[in-house]
Design a protein around this ligand. Structure first.
Ligand code: ADP
Ligand code: MG
Length: 361
């Protein structure tokens, strides 16, 4: 029997920069998924504590992948891809159990995929190595499930380090841990899961992504990562929407680099204003926030946060706030009250610290 844990994540800063070959700064959470693998049965069986029914498929058969429920394809996808790569995979039973809320923007999907891929690598003695593990985990979400994610989620789930955020260059997929320990500075990272239903998130994500690609094409660069002067690039575009996209992505990349600098120099409090600028950029230029998210940010700032922003792809999901320790309790009350006053459902709040990435358990 082989058992691995892989965490969910929050992105400290750097939103929608990943598919523009840019920079991101995520951290791994204590929440995560545990995958347990054993040789059993005569097919591939996957069981989730969070799904109603186990799913069994025949490893050798040309089963119709479309007939498998979507959640199971996050697990079976790894087996299908390995088989396509020529790996002989025996009959297996894979059980998963996760405490990452699904669809909240905390990457329950990467926690699931990475725990399974890590456990498979170990159980089958594949020795995929750092790059191979990342590549397979990404392909499971992109190719087997068909979710167009940029790769950050898998990177942090596999490589996170306790007490550190991970500065990732999404062009060459290199990463460097950067000290991130708010508690040492008398600060708390508070997460507000707005529980707002994701509205048109898939279509909006695709529109942002293709808009960024179109802007890069018109600007004659490989990706928006290669734009160095946001205002000069904006002046060269005549499409108002593309102008806003470029301004967000280019300034967001700059904010990630600035955030890494202040964290490396031990000036964590200076991250606060960068978080708030990132939020304003997502709200006004990239236009991926929703009223619940903006309300949470405003309530946190009103309660004394030194910075707050939406984290994740947008159109719902979570907000993070950096708060003096003594302001945390009251800020939680303020967020709940603001949500009740606006007629929104009750949000979930929790504090977070940077934890380690995938590990055997
Ligand atoms: P997020 O990654 O932000 O939580 P996604 O839409 O990317 O949101 O992934 C959520 C999906 O991942 C779920 O709808 C489900 O298909 C799958 N999933 C995640 N965790 C589990 C789990 N423990 N059991 C079954 N499916 C899961
Ligand atoms: Mg996901």
């Amino acid at each position: 029997m082989t058992r691995w844990f892989a965490p969910g994540r929050i992105n400290v800063i750097g939103e929608h920069t990943d598919y523009n070959d840019g920079f991101v700064l995520p951290m791994a959470l204590a929440m995560g998924c545990t995958a347990t693998i054993e040789d059993a049965g005569d097919g591939w069986t996957v069981v989730s504590a969070q799904a109603p029914e186990p799913v069994t498929v025949a490893p050798s058969g040309l089963e119709d992948r479309a007939e498998v429920p979507e959640w199971a394809s996050y697990v079976l996808g790894a087996l299908w891809l390995l088989r396509d790569d020529g790996v002989e995979v025996p009959a297996l039973r894979i059980e998963v159990d996760s405490d990452v809320p699904s669809g909240a923007g905390l990457s329950s999907s990467a926690a699931l995929v990475c725990s399974v891929v890590r456990a498979l690598d170990d159980h089958l003695g594949l020795r995929l190595g750092d790059d191979g593990l990342l590549d397979l985990s990404r392909r499971v979400e992109n190719d087997a499930v068909g979710a167009p994610t940029g790769g950050m989620d898998q990177l942090i789930s596999l490589r996170g380090e306790a007490g550190h955020a991970l500065f990732c260059d999404m062009r060459d997929l290199t990463s460097q841990p950067v000290p991130f320990d708010p508690s040492a500075a008398g600060l708390t990272l508070l997460v507000v899961d707005t529980r707002a239903p994701h509205r048109h998130a898939d279509g909006e994500y695709a529109a942002r992504r293709s808009g960024c690609e179109e802007a890069a094409r018109r600007l004659g660069v490989r990706a928006l990562r290669d734009v160095t002067d946001a205002e000069a690039a904006v002046a060269r575009l005549d499409d108002e929407e593309l102008q806003r996209y470029v301004r967000h992505v280019v300034t967001e990349d700059d904010r990630v680099l600035a955030a890494v600098r202040v964290l490396r120099e031990g000036r964590l409090a200076e991250l606060g204003p960068m978080l708030s600028e990132s939020h304003a950029s997502m709200r006004d230029d990239f236009r991926i926030t929703v009223p619940e998210v903006d309300t949470a940010v405003e309530a946190l700032m009103g309660a004394g946060a030194i910075g707050a922003r939406m984290t994740g792809g947008g159109f719902g999901g979570c907000v993070i706030g950096l708060l003096p320790d003594d302001a945390v309790e009251a800020s939680g009350d303020d967020v709940r009250r603001a949500f009740a006053d606006a007629g929104y459902g009750e949000p979930a709040l929790f504090t977070a610290s940077a934890e380690a990435g995938a590990r055997p358990v």
